[in-house]
Design a protein around this ligand. Structure first.
Ligand SMILES: [Zn+2]
Ligand SMILES: [Zn+2]
Length: 646
């Protein structure tokens, strides 16, 4: 006899009883049906597991909970693997974990799976779910498992077995499919009420490009069909907003195999948007007391050794030789800024010094992780290094956070803040860490900022603040980071002469606001679904004529708009008006100005927005006012004094 606590109830357990039997006594019928696994003293177990003798407490895991969904999704991966093996017996199974919002399974198969294959696989999965087959766990020795998987020729499982440390392993079987797995799983396949296979991608075994290329099938599963439907709608919306589609469609940027992966090419529209962003940022930095600097792309390897980048980051850097000297292409902008600081003797009165650079860096990202503009090998950071006296740190951090706030307001982004503290392995004295971490806390507190603390998640060289923005689809994106650094001032022996006439070590902060400009543009494109706000739109207005008879007036209007600093185009093609308007809408041009007989006669334009809304006729000067007010609006909203004039 054993006494187990389950949701506050004491339940008597006899030997051999399962967790499921305990739950059936503690839960109502409905709740019992929704439980798919349990926690025994905090350890996840199958419902069919026998209550462990040392177990004092059992908690149900409901299918709607985070853990429940993970079990559901992982179990769905088993069901998918079973279906694939049924349809394509030569496919070999590898691994199939649950991931955020879904699951995948990697197969070694001679060709890519097609959308038609996915349909077939879904069909077979549905049959398996319909049959409500139980998942059965079996424990066996590693040797027995090896014999089993070698008999069915699942060589990847053998490799996984070789890496395991335990002598005892578990396998799970449903129907005729058996997988090496730790579990837990759903009691039976019938619990998978809503699933969908979403895509196929190539993936290297173990993420290693020297290993075989596998076929990864992604899917998703939810506790009920309604949740699945909402998620699929969300996916569809994300697909429509995907910057990799919209970028080329709006002629903003492209990638080319000829150029190389991860190297974005900005077309006129994209380069213009980028320049507007960069100009805005440059002006804002100058207004806040930053100085513009610019370092070289290539710096000698010795310098990268001195900074520590060579030892810690060298594997992600590109090197080249000039006159028998090895040079490294910069992966970060810090080093040149240190050299500038050291170029003269600094007094306490000179501090803080804030160096700002739109610094282009190169990093060797693995080809598998490259993703449109979001993950590239060459990018430009809005990077700054602040060198200050220790007692100035808090005020500097406050200034940076206010800066972030102002910029996020302009784009109407909400954001979340995280503070990461000292990790186990770190350099710098206790005093350094305490002072810097306190400064970060106090800066955030003084601004009444809500923030999460990631204990022990700071860089080894100092504590940091990360800012994550939330886009229109509620996705979060890392943008600003603020990092204190105790190593670089030491490695470069930075100093200033204090009021006491002695040499002191300054504090150094690395910070970005937008992060990488490329990445931020990718996020903006998805956030606005390509319809950039008027101040950022590469073309702000297009004049569309009904017939040739209106061309002269259109040219005259174009000139006036152009003189007012508005980026304007004309569409004088001999096409139907509806066609021309639709094209302008697809190009996401904010103002579509239609000119026909009446407009020429009354010397006005007929204004439409890209979303189809019709404003009606306005004179050119009223149109200019409207567009300029629209451009100014984001800055007024943020309470910024920034004036958007060209
Ligand atoms: Zn499993
Ligand atoms: Zn830096």
């Amino acid at each position: 006899m054993q006494q187990v606590d389950c949701l506050g109830q004491d339940i008597q357990v006899t030997e051999g009883q399962t967790c499921q039997q305990v739950l059936s006594q503690a839960l109502s019928g409905k709740k019992f049906k929704q439980s798919v696994a349990c926690l025994c003293n905090g350890r996840l177990l199958d419902l069919k597991a026998k209550v462990p003798p040392d177990c004092g407490q059992i908690e149900p895991v409901f299918i709607h909970s985070e853990q429940g969904l993970e079990i559901l999704r992982h179990s769905a991966a088993h069901v998918m693997a079973e279906a694939v093996k049924k349809l394509f017996p030569t496919a070999k199974v590898t691994i199939g974990p649950a991931i955020e919002n879904g699951f995948y399974y990697d197969f070694d198969f001679e060709r890519s799976f097609t959308p038609e294959d996915l349909e077939q696989i879904e069909k077979v999965m549905s049959e398996s779910i319909e049959a409500d087959l139980p998942f059965e766990r079996q424990e066996l020795s590693r040797d027995q498992a090896r014999k089993f998987f070698s008999r069915i020729n699942e060589t990847y499982k053998l490799e996984l077995l070789d890496e395991m440390e335990d002598d005892q392993v578990s396998i799970y079987t449903h129907d005729q499919f058996t997988d090496l797995c730790r579990g837990p799983h759903l009691p039976s396949t019938g619990h998978i009420q809503a699933f969908k296979l979403t895509s196929v991608a190539g993936a290297y075994w173990r993420g290693d490009e020297n290993r075989p290329m596998l076929q990864r099938i992604y899917g998703t599963a939810f506790a009920d069909p309604k949740a699945l439907k909402a998620y699929l709608a969300h996916l569809e919306e994300a697909r429509k907003r995907d910057h990799r589609r919209l970028g080329p469609q709006l002629d903003l940027f492209s990638f080319s195999d000829e150029v190389g992966p991860g190297m974005p090419i900005f077309h006129p529209n994209g380069a213009l948007v980028r320049t507007i962003l960069e100009d805005f940022e440059t002006k804002e930095h100058l207004r806040r007391g930053y100085q513009l600097v610019r370092g070289p792309q290539l710096l000698r390897r010795d310098l990268w050794q001195k900074s520590g980048h060579y030892q810690n980051y060298g594997h992600n850097m590109y090197f080249s030789e000039i006159d028998e000297q090895v040079y490294g292409l910069k992966p970060m902008n810090c080093v040149a800024h240190m050299i500038i600081y050291k170029s003269s003797l600094r007094s306490y009165r000179d501090l803080p010094i804030r160096y700002f650079e739109l610094g282009t860096v190169h990093r060797h990202e693995k080809s598998g992780v490259l993703h449109g503009l979001l993950r590239v090998r060459q990018f430009t950071q809005d990077d700054a290094h602040i060198i200050c006296r220790p007692e100035q740190l808090q005020e500097e951090i406050t200034g940076i956070i206010r800066f972030v706030q102002d910029i996020m307001n302009v784009f109407d982004f909400e954001f979340e803040v995280e503070l990461s503290t000292r990790p186990e392995k770190s350099i710098g004295s206790d005093q350094d860490w305490d002072r810097a971490t306190t400064a970060l806390h106090q800066a955030l507190d003084s601004m009444d900022m809500q923030y999460a603390i990631n204990a022990g998640d700071g860089a080894f060289y100092g504590p940091k603040i990360d800012v994550k923005l939330k886009d229109a689809l509620d996705r979060t994106w890392q943008c600003a980071t603020i990092q204190c650094d105790f190593t670089l001032p030491q490695r470069f022996d930075l100093s200033y002469i204090g009021s006491d006439g002695e040499k002191h070590r300054p504090v150094m902060v690395h910070r970005t606001i937008l992060g990488a400009i490329e990445r931020f543009m990718g996020v903006l494109i998805e956030h606005y679904a390509g319809a950039l706000p008027t101040w950022l739109a590469p073309v702000q207005a297009v004049l569309v004529t009904v017939t040739e008879a209106h061309n002269d007036f259109a040219a005259q209007c174009a000139q006036e708009l152009h003189h007012a600093g508005i980026r304007v185009q004309t569409d004088l093609r001999n096409e139907k008006l509806g066609f021309k308007v639709r094209e302008a809408q697809l190009s996401k041009i904010p103002y579509i100005l239609v000119i026909g007989d009446r407009e020429v006669q009354e010397q006005v334009v007929n204004i439409r927005f890209r979303n189809g809304q019709q404003i009606g006729a306005k004179s050119i000067s009223a149109t200019v006012d409207m567009i300029q007010t629209d451009c100014q609006e984001p800055f007024n909203r943020g309470g910024m004094r920034y004036s958007f004039t060209n």
